[in-house]
Structures are given as C-alpha cells and as structure tokens.
Design a protein around this ligand. Sequence first.
Ligand SMILES: [Zn+2]
Length: 383
Amino acid sequence: MQELTFTTSVVGSFPRPKWLIEAFDRYNKGEISKEELDEYLDDAVKLTVKEEELAGLDVITDGEQRRTSFVAFVGQKIPGFKLIYVTDINPKAIEIMKQYKAQLTYWRAVAVEQIRDSVIALDEFKFTRSVTDRRIKVTLPSPYLIMWETWDAKYSRQVYPQPEDLAQDYIKVLRQEIIRLRDAGVDFIQLDEPMLGDLVEARENEPDRYRKVIEAIHGQKYRGFKNELYLARDLINEAIKGIDGVRIGMHMDRWPNPDSPFYGIGFERLAPEVYDIKVKQYVLEYASPGSGDPAVFAKDLPSDKELGLGVIDVRNPQVEDPQTVVQRVERVVGVLDPRRIWLNPDCGFAPGMYRKFERRIAFSKVRSMTEAAKILRRKYGEK
Ligand SMILES: [Zn+2]
C-alpha cells in the first residue's frame, strides 16, 4: 500500500459538549448514576468521532471525552493515585500559578500508594473501535510527565522516596498498556510530554515557569537543564524499548509566553538529546506565535522519523483558511519528504474538561487543515 502524504490527525482532545460537562457535574453531586453518566460519555464519543470523520481526518481520536484532564485521569484509572484538589495540597496554589502565569489542572492526581498495573485507555479504544472504521490514535501520559505531575513531597515520599522511583513503577504499567493497545490494533500511540516541551524555556540553573509552580506546590526539585533532558530521554526510551508493530509518537507543546527570553525559539533547544528518543513521530506545537521555525527542528530529524506539525493555533478562535495552513506546512516541505509530514493542531483543543473552546470553531479549524492537506497532495504529494 502506498503511504499517504500529509496525513491529518488531531493531538487528542476535542471540546466536550455542554451537556456532557453538565452530566459530569450532576454525577459529582450524586444526581445521576454511573450508568447514566456512561451513556452520556458513549454519546459524546460517538458525536466526536462522527465530527472528526466529517472533518475528513485520516487518523482520529475519541476526543478524550471520558477524561477529566489529559493527565489527571490516571487518578481514576490506576490504583495508587488519588485525586486531590490543589488548594488542599497547598493553600496558596492558585496565587502561585497566577504569579508564574502557569496553569496546572486543579484536581491533581497524586501518588499516595504503590501504583499497580491497570488498564489506562484500552477500554476507551475498544469503544471507539466499535463506532468507526478509521485509523485510531490513543494518547497516554508519558513517564517523565507523570513523574513531575504526580509526585508530591508530602503525600508520595513514604512510598516513593524520590520522584524517579515513581517514574520507574509507572513505566512498568505503561509498557503493559502499550502492549495491550498494540495487540488490540491501535494505529498510533502518542505519549503526551508537555513537561519536556516546557523545558525549552528553562536555563541550566533556572527552571521554566511550570516547574517553578510544581516546585512550590509539590516540592519536587529541578535537576538542571541537561539532567532533566537526559532523564526524560531515558524514561521514555525505557517505556517503549523493544516494542514494535505500532506507531509510537510523542507530543510536546509549550504555550509560548511573550515575556520569555525563549519566545521565538523552537524545540531545537532540546537537541541533540531529543532526537535520541526512540519514538517514530514528534507531534509538535508550531502554529502559535513565538513557537519558532519548524524547519530548524526538521533539518536534523533522523531519516526514519516523522514530524507531526502543529499547523492550527488552538488558543486563537480565529479560523485559519486552508491557504494559511498550506503556508505553515510549506516551511518544512523542502526539508522533509511529504510522507514524513503529518498535519495536526498544536495541541488538544480542550486538554482539561473545563477549558472553553467552541466546538464549531474547533470543527472549522480541523476542516481547514484537511482542505489544506488536499491542496498539498495535489501540489507535492500523491501522483
Ligand atoms: Zn499539548
């Protein structure tokens, strides 16, 4: 089979319908049962899958409709994590986030006991498979992200003296889940690694704004730029070592802040180590202002790897027209073979359940992207 050029996909989440968020709230108040909530969730996934199909995407997701957030949902899935509200961990948490202009999800999944093997996304995948014939991407939190997000000096230290100990146990669970998903026929497994993406804005002796917030709230200590980079690389490689037969990617974003001296610099800041991470595809934010030039990252990309290029801004409600998207892709067309270029938005449209983004705007943006892919294929791609 000839490989597709300019394959289109999404990063993961799609905005949830209002009625789903209301159902979540009613469930939390005890007004509806788990069975009733599950019906809402199934309906929301069917709706999202249908919208992604209508938008013309080649590889779809379930829009993460069942997850409260892309990372905190492990608190509902994996025994050993507990969901704790951020001000119960640190009463000043909200002020700290404002001070550093770095927003974390308020419900924190925190490791409180030894974590144990459990399904993370296989159940989600099986349902999605039952309602679509398209190729499916499944997203999973990456081990380096989990280490930074879920270790807390007060709650976790008894069972995990160091954050790295927790990461090792999570890797065991994650490997099992990746193998289960592969065996079930998933096309693309994406490890979400925004904490590594944020490192673009860190200095050797000064962490980026997200790590400053986590240091203040959870008590984890920054290891220095290079050590963090080595640790991330090694943890991810350990999680996927020897697993073949499925496309594995890694997503990084960074929400560039105009105040930062690294505004305008891209993920090449994490080179060369970032290229030694043994994933097939890097799914990267490059459409939002200040995220740098993707050609700089792409020119040193090892030849067996793909770039999932962020071509849709997920913070700006203005819908890009297809020509704008084409121009964004053309920044890397001379550098990479079109079979190695995938198109996706910069990030999920709603990584957390309550993030507001209009569904119809998200749909139009994705539609623009698939229209752009058609133009690009006529111009550079399939014969
Ligand atoms: Zn993202």
